[in-house]
Ligand binder design. Structure first.
Ligand SMILES: O=P(O)(O)OC[C@H]1O[C@H](OP(=O)(O)O)[C@H](O)[C@@H]1O
Length: 321
């Protein structure tokens, strides 16, 4: 797939999920590097930077995307010849994809240890790592049951219930607004993350903060499953995470909206859950309390450099084994 095709698919959410977006962007950069017929390193670098900027511009919230792009672009050494520069990018892309897959597996293993036989778990949206923890627990023979939300407006819950069904996990499918009605039937919440800020706040699918608030009120523990490349280095220097607002017609069909001139549809795709509502963040480096987010950023991402910044900053970053 070309870079513009990949960018379009990420934008339209045909390719979605923070981890998957990151790996797909790395693949697109690798394939772009392979096919580019640039006369010299400077031209190669310029083309690669344009491709990187296009990918980063597709969705603003999941920091896995700029973190992945940043990591791959760090392989481009401008002082070597074009073939070496190309190989540098390809190598880093392969490294990112591999370490991301490895991280997902490790989190499943760590997360499963927090799931006990007989647990009833609530999940919101479709997170590969959150589901990985549940599937691993089931594989270990633990009898679990899941409540999965619908996830309006894009219905990612449909993907979640299919995955759970196929893993042989007893699943209850509920509308988003039914979470409080069922929270007392649940003894654990597990969700994914699109971004984790330096103070341990978790940015995830819209509705996650309501789920976490409801869980806190009911004294139900909340676990967030997140690879270290979901942590946002630039929040250390005060940058805020942009919350993507998606098209109104995802919520209300245009033909109805047209008849309602006084109505504005608001469609934020994500919200922010404060660290007080989160008991644990399970990363591939182990489980941490949210208050330790800074340590993850410092140790594994290098906070002084941050995410990919088109045209600026020197490369370094994600050190995912
Ligand atoms: O990386 P994994 O854990 O799969 O997904 C993490 C998060 O990415 C998704 O965003 P979207 O559906 O792409 O908007 C959801 O918010 C999900 O919780």
């Amino acid at each position: 797939m070309t870079v513009p095709e990949t960018a379009e698919k990420i934008k339209s959410m045909e390719i979605r999920g923070a981890g998957r977006i990151a790996r797909t962007a790395a693949e697109a950069l690798r394939d772009h590097a392979l096919s580019l017929a640039a006369p010299d390193t400077a031209a190669f670098k310029k083309e690669m930077e344009q491709a990187a900027a296009l990918l980063v511009s597709t969705r603003p919230t999941a920091v896995s995307l700029p973190n992945a792009v940043h990591y791959v672009m760090a392989g481009l050494d401008p002082s070597v010849n074009v073939d070496e520069a190309r190989n540098g990018v390809i190598h880093r892309a392969e490294q990112f994809i591999q370490s991301s897959q490895h991280a997902v597996e490790r989190i499943a293993g760590f997360g499963a240890r927090h799931i006990r036989d007989g647990d009833v778990i609530l999940t919101h949206c479709n997170s590969e790592v959150a589901l990985g923890c549940m599937i691993e627990a089931r594989r270990q023979g633990k009898e679990i049951e899941v409540f999965a939300t619908e996830v309006r407006p894009r219905n990612q819950g449909h993907i979640t219930i299919r995955t759970l069904n196929d893993a042989g996990i007893k699943t209850n499918f509920i509308v988003d607004s039914a979470v409080r009605s069922f929270i007392n039937n649940v003894n654990l919440v597990i969700v994914g993350a699109d971004a984790v800020t330096v103070n341990g706040a978790v940015v995830n699918k819209i509705g996650t903060s309501q789920v976490a608030h409801t869980a806190a009120e009911a004294r139900v523990n909340v676990i967030v499953a997140a690879e270290t490349y979901k942590f946002a280095p630039r929040t250390v220097v005060g940058e805020l995470i942009e919350i993507e607002e998606r098209p109104p017609n995802e919520v209300l069909p245009d033909e109805i909206a047209r008849t309602l001139p006084n109505v504005t549809v608001r469609n934020p795709a994500f919200d922010v859950t404060p660290p007080e509502y989160i008991d644990l963040i399970v990363t591939e480096q182990g489980a941490i309390p949210p208050q330790m987010a800074y340590v993850i950023i410092r140790e594994y991402l290098g906070w002084e450099i941050g995410e990919f910044n088109p045209g600026g900053g020197s490369p370094a970053g994600f050190n995912g084994e």
